[in-house]
Design a protein around this ligand. Structure first.
Ligand code: ADP
Length: 393
């Protein structure tokens, strides 16, 4: 009976010894199960459309629901609306080499609104069709908040730096504004005179009015440039041409440079790839370096004040901006701490300009450095990652 049971009934099958391979398989499955069940990271398996096939207990705990409820629902249901587009874009990376995707998004969890960071990988069949997506996520809210705080601090500091620069520029800006305003005044007086004459010279009147309009526009542009430079906007990343940023920054200091009788040489590489930057912040860096050079060269005879600004492509995938002056060069006593805050050799200096520049450049994924030029002046250069060709909008 027992024998027949063994042959036919399910109970008998249970008692049959498993092939050795199956034992190993069960043991390894149990081992991985223990690993996954005790993970604090959120482990998931999804189908190619993003439907949950498996979620770890840690995931269920995070969203306070059970696995059977989640199975078959969409991964992006948990994604905050504002991050959906970005997650959808990142998701597409799973379908091309290297078949992985990393992204972060906000989600409404048991503990409230949290940031989750994911690293997902697509599994493929022999024909390279994606059949499953597996990966892990973790709560990155604390790191996110710290980064956000640092970003806000840097933004506030950068803003304070720009206001300080504006203060330094105020005299020359007032002078710059004075020119179009004087022109407006004299052309309007000329118009009044023309109007009071018996034979109204329409051409002369038209010319004067046109000059008034041109000068008013110029004054408006000067004010506009100033306002956009000191405004405290959220930093924004824009595809920008570094040569255009250098040229605009140089316009802002043109009259100061002229006043100090500094010879300026721009050596800008044409057809330079774009950079993804906040234009105001990068102009702030350029202006700071130029102003430092200007101040350093004040001790030099006027015929020896030269400033060179160059841009070039440097490999791999970077562009470089170099500012070289003919000043006395870097003071060796502070060379090591040049980029630290409150390091200055100037009696009136704050010593924060270069530390702000360094943080701004680094927040764009770049690097700022300095050395002595072979002729004795200072060389400051910063590199920024450029947008790869083909990725430009
Ligand atoms: P500050 O201009 O208020 O001193 P910065 O952080 O901009 O603050 O500069 C720190 C110091 O770096 C300056 O005091 C100066 O000693 C040195 N430095 C910066 N740029 C130059 C330069 N072009 N030539 C020589 N020294 C420079």
């Amino acid at each position: 009976m027992e024998h027949s049971n063994q042959k036919n009934g399910p109970a008998s099958d249970d008692r049959q010894p498993l092939p050795a391979g199956n034992h190993a398989l069960l043991a390894s499955e149990a081992k991985y199960r223990v690993l996954v069940d005790n993970q604090t990271d959120l482990v998931v398996s999804l189908d190619r459309d993003g439907r949950f096939q498996f979620v770890s207990p840690s995931y269920c705990e995070k969203f306070s629901c059970n696995e059977s409820e989640l199975r078959g629902t969409m991964f992006n249901q948990q994604v905050h609306n504002r991050d959906l587009d970005q997650v959808n874009v990142a998701w597409q990376n799973l379908f091309t080499d290297p078949w992985t995707s990393q992204f972060e998004h906000r989600a409404q969890t048991e503990e409230g609104n949290r940031w989750l960071g994911w690293a997902l990988k697509a599994l493929r069949d022999d024909d390279q069709n994606v059949v499953e997506i597996v990966g892990a996520g973790r709560d990155v809210t604390d790191r996110h908040n710290n980064e956000e705080r640092a970003r806000v601090d840097l933004n506030t500091l950068a803003h304070a730096g720009r206001i300080q620069s504006m203060g330094e520029m105020a005299t020359t800006l007032a002078h710059e504004l004075n020119q179009p305003l004087t022109a407006i005044l004299s052309f309007s007086q000329a118009s009044q005179r023309v109007l009071s004459e018996q034979d109204l010279d329409r051409d002369e009147l038209a010319f004067a009015l046109e000059r008034i309009a041109v000068n008013a526009k110029l004054a408006g542009e000067i004010i506009g440039q100033m306002r956009s430079f000191i405004r405290k906007d959220e930093p924004r990343a824009e595809q920008s041409n570094i040569n255009a940023l250098v040229a605009e920054a140089m316009e802002l200091v043109a009259s100061e440079l002229q006043h100090h009788e500094i010879d300026v040489d721009l050596n800008l590489t044409e057809a330079i790839p774009n950079v993804q930057v906040d234009p105001v912040q990068i102009q702030q860096v350029i202006l700071n370096l130029v102003r430092n050079s200007m101040e350093a060269m004040q001790s030099q005879p006027v015929d020896q004040r030269r400033l060179l600004i160059a841009t070039r492509i440097c490999k791999p995938g970077n562009i470089e901006v170099t500012v070289i002056d003919s000043g006395p060069g870097l003071d060796p006593t502070i060379a090591e701490q040049l980029f630290e805050a409150f390091v200055t050799t100037k009696p009136e200096g704050m010593g924060v300009g270069l530390s702000i520049c360094k943080s701004l450049v680094e927040s764009h994924g770049g690097r700022l450095s300095a050395h002595q030029s072979s002729e004795g002046g200072a060389v400051f250069n910063f590199i920024l990652p450029s947008i790869p060709e083909g990725d430009e909008a």
